[in-house]
Design a protein around this ligand. Structure first.
Ligand code: G4P
Length: 526
């Protein structure tokens, strides 16, 4: 197969959802359709059990298990699908944000009873930053949910993206009869079943066909006719390019657990979802069909066992062919790297592979050379961009409790930050070190790992901080002046970028008003 054919064959995406909306269930059904698994229940939820929520060791263990399912590859109708898993626990939201930098599109699952929830809003913000194409799956139609029109409105207003239903539900909950596929005008009748994989859709060229009344009852048929008229009148024709530009999200309705509406979405997905796209670097845009390999690291998973300090770095291939044992340039690194242990993930299995293509995700065994955001190339000196850090939500000052182990503490902190466990900010004044995270759990994780893996003892003192804002200005003099006058609140991130540490929301607002020429950013890339 040519490189171009390999590229066109691939679809790399992630499913995003608020916990409990049905991400694991949908993943499992997709794998069943892809023939990658044979039985329901084979996919382990990466949702953290509430019973073990406070026990981070248990959580890390579960996360460890989920390495194997971090990427699930399967084939469906000659398309190679790479489905990237995203952590369910919100304390690991940073992981999810970074995973989204490695995909070409996203399927968003929304619970029809609960509507758009907070985690979905945050994830969608990340998608919008990158104009990632989104397909929306409104799930659990077998339950008495909210009115479909209301749900669509909520998606538009809360998620800031226009929607275009491509299927429409007939009834809901106990009265749920099925969905009508507006895209290819087929009716799919509902029979609750967890195993149903066969395609038993019925086609209706004309909704006026009296057969429809017999099938779903006169009331339902009339309602459907009315709804379809309304939708076709209100929504413009579906334009696939608008979807690809991230401007319009096609919407499907269904019930993942009953395997209903999944098949239609998957069929449409392989037709419209983008194959691997070009990616920006600091010097130029890289096309996937360029013959030379390039890729970036978006996730590092450490081994929790201190006797095996190896890590798995997840590489997204952006161009060319990646080959095992070939030396590649580690941009910004001291020496070229070659990888003999390259893993690809197929459903629940891992296998050592010799080559991989754009869109593929491979796991590289690493002994500490790689960090998140690193670029590998076949010689060219360029760095992929768009793998930002987001402002953490909880900040604590690092207190070294063993002065004899200062070096170990610094090394440990550096390596853990490279893995993306949390972010480190160092204040200009007094070199105070502050760790920022999106959840409480990480502090326990860091403390434990510092002790066990680096023999360093640290404590974390609470700090009154609201946000870390990366600052910039067109006017360098003004920026320097700002840094001087706000010296007490200025810190550096891991790359040495200047960050303003705002104590409260209202104070930040005041500072923003007082310094209109300074721009405040909540992500490290702007
Ligand atoms: P998540 O990964 O997004 O967190 O959600 P997950 O798939 O684990 O689903 C959360 C719960 O919602 C599960 O129930 C699952 O069975 C249920 N669910 C998923 N899809 C549907 C659907 O279409 N209709 C209905 N009625 N329920 C659905 P659970 O009780 O938490 O777990 P389980 O014991 O059923 O596995």
């Amino acid at each position: 197969m040519t490189l171009e054919e390999e590229i066109q064959k691939r679809r790399t995406f992630a499913i995003i959802a608020h916990p409990d909306a049905g991400k694991t269930t949908l993943t499992e059904k997709l794998l069943l359709f892809g023939g990658a698994i044979q039985t329901a229940g084979a996919v382990k939820s990466n949702k953290i059990d509430t019973a073990t929520k406070s026990d981070w060791m248990e959580i890390e263990k579960q996360r460890g298990i989920s390495v194997a399912t971090s990427v699930m590859g399967f084939e469906y109708k000659d398309i190679k699908i790479n489905l990237l898993d995203t952590p369910g626990h919100q304390d690991f939201a940073e992981d999810t944000y970074r995973t989204l930098t490695a995909v070409d599109s996203v399927i968003m699952v929304i619970d029809c009873v609960k509507g758009v929830e907070i985690q979905t809003e945050k994830l969608m913000e990340v998608c919008r930053m990158r104009n990632t194409p989104v397909i929306c799956f409104i799930n659990k139609l077998d339950r008495e949910g909210r009115d479909p029109y209301e749900l669509l409105d909520e998606v538009e207003t809360k998620l800031g993206i226009q929607v275009r239903p491509l299927s429409w539900p007939i009834g809901m909950g106990k009265g749920f009869k099925g969905v009508y596929n507006l895209y290819d005008q087929k009716l799919n009748l509902f029979t609750p079943s967890q195993r149903k994989l066969k395609d038993d859709r019925q086609e209706f060229e004309n909704l006026e066909d009296p057969e429809l009344d017999k099938l779903i009852g006169v009331n339902n048929a009339n309602q459907l006719r009315e709804d379809v008229d309304l939708i076709e009148g209100v929504y413009p024709d579906f334009d696939v390019n608008e979807y690809l530009d991230g401007k319009i999200a096609p919407v499907f309705f269904g019930s993942a657990v009953n395997n209903f509406g999944v098949n239609e979405m998957l069929d449409t997905f392989i037709k419209i979802a983008p194959a691997p796209k070009s990616r920006k670097t600091d010097v130029r845009e890289v096309m996937p069909d360029e013959p030379k390999f390039s890729g970036f690291i978006f996730k590092i998973h450490a081994n929790m066992d201190p006797n095996h300090r190896n890590r798995i770095a997840f590489l997204r291939i952006c161009s060319g062919k990646f080959e095992r044992n070939k030396p590649y340039t580690h941009v910004g690194g001291p020496k070229p790297l070659r990888f003999s242990n390259v893993t690809q993930f197929m459903a629940q299995d891992k296998e050592i592979i010799d080559e991989a293509f754009p869109g593929d995700i491979v796991g590289l065994y690493d002994t500490g050379n790689l960090k998140i955001g690193d670029t590998l190339t076949e010689g060219e000196n360029m760095q992929f961009i768009g793998i930002p850090s987001f402002s953490p939500e909880i900040f604590r000052e690092v207190i070294n409790k063993d002065a004899m182990k200062t070096k170990q503490l610094e090394k440990g902190l550096k390596q853990l930050m490279e893995e993306g466990v949390a972010q480190l900010f160092t204040f200009d004044m007094g070199s105070r070190k502050v760790v920022g995270t999106v959840g409480q759990l990480q502090f326990e994780v860091i403390q434990f790992r510092l002790k066990n893996e680096y023999n360093a003892t640290a404590e974390f003192a609470p700090m009154n901080l609201y946000k870390a804002c990366w600052i910039s200005s067109k006017d360098k003099k003004q920026l320097d002046e700002f840094i001087r006058s706000k010296n007490r609140y200025i810190a550096r991130d891991k790359d040495g970028k200047v960050v303003f540490m705002a104590e409260t929301k209202s104070w930040l607002q005041m500072v923003q008003d007082n310094y209109p020429e300074i721009e405040f950013h909540f992500t490290s890339e702007y």
